[in-house]
Design a protein around this ligand. Structure first.
Ligand SMILES: N[C@@H](CCC(=O)N[C@@H](CS)C(=O)NCC(=O)O)C(=O)O
Length: 209
């Protein structure tokens, strides 16, 4: 037993689950995975057995329950401070927290029009209105970070911010969203991470919204 148990949804579709799962893998943590089928008619009952908030992901550790993807990522960062899952520099850390919170709370059009479907390849949606603005905002966030911290990840080494944007990287591939070369290089770098590939290997293409 590793001591960590992470409750997650179907890997092909559960963007919220991917974030802490990826962070824990990148941090080299050993953990048990508990899978809940979000496409089952019993999903609410099944999730409630783990989390009274009725959502995945949720983490059990040391007698504690931690739920919500960003709260779990924060908790993990505290468990392994030597992994520097937030940037060490105060200003960079404030920046990383801001873009992570922005991703966590925002981008409803990206979520709604382009649900995560890791193994699928779909035609690009019409980029207009609020969707165009949100995609442009993500491009801007990534560009600002890569310019300021020099890559290869948003804040240099892999941080919580990369985990928070990982589902967007997958969505941009699925929906063929074009990116300038430095941004595509970042997305490709993420897609080539061993842990991302492991997540994709665990996906079932039948699990689509
Ligand atoms: N803000 C939450 C959102 C979690 C969430 O919405 N999870 C979805 C799956 S990706 C869920 O549990 N859905 C269950 C349901 O709708 O019954 C987080 O960051 O963890």
């Amino acid at each position: 037993m590793s001591g960590f148990s992470l409750v997650i949804g179907n890997k092909n579709a559960s963007s919220w689950s991917l974030r802490p799962w990826l962070l824990m893998k990148e941090a080299g943590l050993d953990f048990d995975e508990l899978l809940v089928d979000l496409f089952s008619e019993n999903r609410r009952r099944d999730i409630l057995q783990h989390n009274p908030a009725g959502r995945v992901p949720a983490l059990r550790h040391d007698g504690l329950l931690v739920w919500d993807s960003l709260a779990i990522c924060e908790y993990i960062a505290e468990q392994v401070p030597e992994k520097k899952l937030w940037p060490e520099d105060r200003a960079a850390r404030a920046h990383a927290r801001s873009v992570s919170a922005e991703m966590h709370a925002g981008f409803p059009n990206v979520r709604g029009v382009m649900p995560m479907a890791c193994l699928q390849a779909y035609r690009a949606p019409e980029l207009e209105g609020d969707l165009l603005w949100e995609v442009g905002r993500i491009r801007q966030i990534w560009q600002d970070c890569l310019d300021a911290y020099g890559g290869p990840f948003l804040f240099g080494g892999f941080t919580i911010s990369d985990a928070m944007f990982a589902p967007v990287v997958s969505r941009f591939r699925t929906y063929q969203i074009t990116l300038d070369a430095p941004l595509q290089a970042y997305a490709d770098r993420m897609l080539q991470e061993t842990a991302m590939k492991e997540w994709f290997e665990g996906c079932d293409p039948a699990d689509v919204q």
